[in-house]
Design a protein around this ligand. Structure first.
Ligand code: PRP
Ligand code: URA
Length: 218
């Protein structure tokens, strides 16, 4: 697995603005969308193109076009929906597969190695039927323990997908390590890698609860 931490100045600036404790729901949504667009540009830079025939005004030319089917975007409900419009700005023809996962906050415990362990509840899955022929791009603002992302990747692989990457706004080192161990073939693109998790599995300094901030349910 490769971890790409964006070095784009606008990405760094916008993540910093997201951390403001006084941020409004409107600003949080807008920045999440803008960051999703910037990360999607980085994540799609390696899509393959091949020369294809095209009839243009001056005749038929051979011109570079995407070699494979459009990727499928995979927002992890619910916070991942906040990144959907931003990624669709780059991939307007992308199919969307949806996975509903929720951390069970009452299940938080420390495992034998002192790592935060949180049960993940799966409540919805609608993955496009030809996912085995597409790249899947998971979108979720937060990679904390890694449990949700790992569960999502398990679902995609069980559906036949073999080409997966994931975009996160903020990632904890613990989540990156867990993801690397479970799915070494999955590349991740992050706007910021933070310091650590607290004992409730929240990222420090982090953003707080991204889903609540996007949906205004604080
Ligand atoms: C948040 C976030 C990720 C997950 C990350 O979702 O959007 O999906 O937590 O944590 P993890 O890496 O420890 O699994 P949450 O479960 O709070 O659900 P929500 O999006 O419905 O708010
Ligand atoms: N989910 C969030 O929304 N924030 C965190 O810090 C961890 C998980």
């Amino acid at each position: 697995m490769s971890v790409y931490a964006s070095t784009h100045p606008l990405v760094q600036h916008k993540v910093s603005l997201l951390r403001d404790a006084q941020i409004s729901v409107k600003s949080f949504r807008e920045l999440t969308k803008e960051l999703a667009t910037l990360l999607a540009i980085e994540a799609t830079a390696s899509l393959k193109v091949e020369a294809k025939p095209l009839t243009c005004w001056s005749g038929t030319i051979s011109t570079p076009m995407l070699a494979e089917k459009q990727p499928t975007l995979v927002p992890i409900l619910r916070a991942g929906l906040g990144m959907l419009d931003g990624t669709l700005a780059v991939l307007p023809c992308a199919k969307v597969s949806v996975v509903g996962l929720k951390r069970n906050d009452d299940s938080v415990k420390l495992d034998a190695n002192g790592k935060v362990d949180i049960a993940i509840e799966s409540y919805y899955q609608n993955i496009i039927s030809d996912v085995s022929e597409r790249k899947a791009i998971i979108i979720d603002p937060m990679l904390a323990t890694g449990g949700s992302a790992i569960a999502c990747i398990n679902m995609l692989k069980a559906s036949g997908c073999t080409d997966i990457c994931a975009l996160f706004l903020v990632a904890a080192p613990e989540g990156i390590e867990a993801l690397t161990e479970s799915h070494p073939d999955v590349d991740i693109f992050v706007a910021a890698i933070d310091e650590k998790l607290n004992d409730q599995g929240y990222i420090l300094p982090g953003l707080g609860d991204a889903g609540d901030k996007i949906f205004g349910t604080l």
